[in-house]
Design a binder for this molecule. Structure first.
Ligand code: ADP
Ligand code: MG
Length: 699
């Protein structure tokens, strides 16, 4: 072991106890190894010198080389001075400007001496100027050796203590110089060779101190690969162990209940995608291994029916099934949907949520315990409570992003063997991300909507166009349609949010005196909420005014307009979910995104994407790019925040795939982790798991 990596940073020249304390507090850097992994976030090519005549106002940081002709000082109020140095390189004149430390400047720099100046050129009074540039005597530096200059993130407290990016750069350099022996390799030679990666030693030196852009990019690829590879290896190994240890119930029969439903109760033909997914699920459940499957399907793609038919297979094998929804309203809707689908079939389906109380609750619990309840519909509360199933064989979880990994594990205590698990989500997760978060899940995709659906037409309106918007709403309602109007949660305070909604509701009542309105928000009693919702579902009200509680799952095919107010406050996936509430019937539907005129560039892009496409996968990809994976719904809640130092799941998809393939190859070759040639991998993995808490969350 090369112990220098564990050495305290305070002994690196230029650090000392004070700086060590700041680095440790601000960045968590305490050892040489930590500092090595504190990577630059960008580089500037400092091998090139520009001529003054070549400068333009759009340039980023550049270098020029010239002589100072003279200094000029300007008073800017009491004891405040501005110092300007006029400099030329023979092709033009620039001004170097300082607003502080004026005295020191004139002391430090001399006229008629050649300097290399580094800064961002801006135009002021018809001349290029560099404010607070970095300066070095031209005689002191060897330009060809400057190469790419790294830039490191620094915090305000670091800057106050005099630790700038430049300081970090110097410390890092002196540390690298002290590492005289090469750093040990942490990837096996067969991977390094096959993928033509640079060595770990080279990678660390070049990531901090590249002479060329090429050196930098090779170093980055190597370090990104390594990071992603161990994440994937961890997942793939976990999944393989899991598969070996836990046998799943074998559902051999597709029997009476399934066939009766399929032949006599199915109200419409299945789409090709639904058929394919049901086949995939069936094959899994019959394989003898425990199924863990993620079912992705855009809103309205018909996941509920797939879930129901899969549950019927469990029933045919004399097991119980359970479906969990994220909210009580949705649980009740699932109950209604399932009962309606089943019609008069003799299947006992019951609901268990917080509202089910007293005698009814005791009856349901009894039925679950004695096995007479065949399908249980509930909220996540089901798994929190001491609900005892007789023979739970299959669990469906609707809307994964509200359901964490820890909860998934709790299901197991509900039966001796782990039941098969189907997790359904309408939030499409790009493949590379799915591979990383849900690495132990297989993925099925419903990529086809039921026939006859017209794509929702999405338009953007500004908030001063409300009159014409109201006119459009009125026309739709007069044609017999229904309308959702969604208010955002502003989150400053629940009371303000509610006030916002109440006022908006009053306004709408005055605008539409001829129609009936429902109002739903998160702070209503569940029973009241349910009643208001049902009035809309039954068509007794024409407009449903709501906060985002309607986000998932509500199914009112007659609703044809979704108005989202203050749409700039919503994320892309939320907007897409909300839009999915309409377009469920045969009529043309509309989604209206209302914003004010002050849109940030990012918001404008979100709105554009929404108006351009209905494709959830495209939207998810764009979302990932705009926000980064750390923000993606689900990653936080599932307890799997990423702690990647250099790789970026959104942009490094190819490397994720490469890492996955290598990891898979190794596990296939050595499923019991016994072969000598792979031992270094397992000890490295163990080491990484010890040092990084987030790794543990994956398993
Ligand atoms: P989601 O995938 O968003 O949960 P649902 O399961 O709620 O979608 O289905 C949306 C609507 O489509 C429901 O009204 C459902 O009855 C209907 N549906 C499902 N499958 C089909 C199909 N194959 N053909 C026609 N309509 C379907
Ligand atoms: Mg659904």
């Amino acid at each position: 072991m090369y112990d220098i990596l564990h050495q305290d940073i305070q002994y690196i020249p230029g650090v000392g106890p004070k700086r060590k304390e700041i680095l440790s507090k601000e960045l968590g850097i305490t050892t040489v190894g930590d500092l090595l992994e504190y990577y630059p976030y960008k580089y500037v090519d400092r091998s090139k010198i520009y001529k003054v005549s070549e400068l333009s106002g759009e340039m980023p940081f550049v270098q020029i080389k010239g002589n100072i002709l003279s200094f000029e000082e300007f008073d800017m109020g009491p004891r405040k001075k501005r110092v300007v140095a006029h400099m030329t390189d023979g092709t033009g004149i620039v001004d170097l400007v300082w607003f502080m430390h004026a005295q020191q400047i004139t002391k430090n720099y001399r006229v008629n001496t050649e300097y290399v100046v580094f800064g961002k050129p801006t135009i002021y009074n018809g001349r290029y100027q560099f404010a607070h540039p970095e300066m070095e005597k031209a005689a002191d530096i060897q330009l060809s050796e400057m190469g790419m200059q790294p830039y490191y993130m620094t915090t305000d407290r670091m800057k106050k203590a005099g630790i700038t990016s430049r300081t970090v750069e110097k410390i890092t350099k002196s540390m690298l110089e002290r590492l005289t022996e090469p750093l040990p390799e942490t990837l096996p030679p067969f991977i390094v060779n096959r993928l033509r990666l640079v060595s770990r030693d080279t990678a660390f030196r070049h990531i901090h101190y590249p002479k060329t852009a090429d050196e930098m990019s090779h170093a980055r690829v190597r370090l990104k690969f390594e990071e992603l590879f161990y994440v994937q290896l961890n997942i793939v190994r976990y999944a393989s162990d899991h598969r070996r240890k836990f046998r799943g119930y074998e559902f051999r029969h597709v029997g009476e209940i399934f066939n009766e439903f399929y032949q006599h109760h199915l109200p419409f033909p299945l789409t090709g995608a639904q058929k394919r997914v049901i086949r995939e699920i069936r094959a899994d459940m019959g394989s003898g291994r425990q199924m863990n499957r993620l079912l992705q399907g855009d809103v309205g793609s018909g996941k509920t029916l797939v879930a129901l038919m899969s549950m019927l297979i469990a029933l045919d094998n004399r097991f119980q099934a359970c479906i969990m929804a994220p909210t009580e309203i949705l649980a009740e809707q699932h109950l209604a949907t399932i009962r309606e689908f089943l019609g008069d079939m003799p299947v006992r389906v019951e609901l268990l949520t917080g509202i089910v109380k007293g005698k009814k609750r005791r009856e349901v619990l009894q039925g679950i315990a004695d096995g007479s309840v065949q399908i249980l519909v509930g909220t996540h509360a089901v798994i929190e409570e001491t609900v005892q199933f007789l023979r739970l064989g299959f669990v469906v979880v609707d809307e994964q992003h509200r359901f964490g990994v820890a909860q998934r594990a709790k299901l197991w205590s509900k039966s001796q063997n782990p039941p098969h698990v189907l997790v359904m989500t309408a939030t499409p997760i790009p493949r590379t991300l799915a591979m990383t978060i849900y690495g132990d899940l297989d993925v099925s995709v419903i990529d086809e909507l039921p026939p006859g659906r017209k794509p929702v037409v999405t338009v953007h309106k500004y908030d001063n166009q409300m009159t014409s918007l109201y006119q459009g709403i009125r026309q739709q309602i007069l044609q017999g349609r229904q309308v959702y109007i969604v208010f955002p949660l502003i989150k400053e305070s629940e009371r303000i949010d509610l006030k916002n909604l109440e006022e908006g509701f009053e306004t709408l009542r005055q605008v539409f005196p001829e129609f009936r309105l429902s109002k739903v928000h998160g702070q209503m009693k569940p029973a009241d909420k349910e009643e208001e919702m049902q009035r809309f579902v039954r068509g007794e009200t024409q407009i449903l005014v709501a906060t985002t509680v309607i986000e998932v799952g509500v199914n009112v095919p007659n609703a044809s307009v979704m108005v989202i107010l203050d749409a700039q406050r919503f994320g892309l996936s939320q907007l897409h979910q909300l839009r999915g509430r309409v377009g469920r019937g045969a009529d043309q539907s509309y989604c209206i995104l209302v914003t004010n005129h002050k849109l940030s560039k990012e918001t404008a892009m979100r709105i554009d994407i929404m108006c351009d496409t209905n494709d959830g996968f495209q939207i998810a990809e764009a979302d990932l790019k705009l926000r980064g994976p750390g923000d993606l719904e689900g990653t936080q809640q599932s307890g799997m925040a990423f702690d990647l130092k250099i790789a970026d799941i959104a942009r490094d998809g190819q490397i994720v795939q490469l890492a996955r393939d290598e990891a898979q190859r190794i596990i296939e070759d050595d499923p019991l982790c016994q072969k000598n040639e792979y031992q270094m991998l397992w000890s490295r993995l163990a080491e990484l798991r010890k040092t990084n808490i987030n790794w543990a969350a994956i398993s």
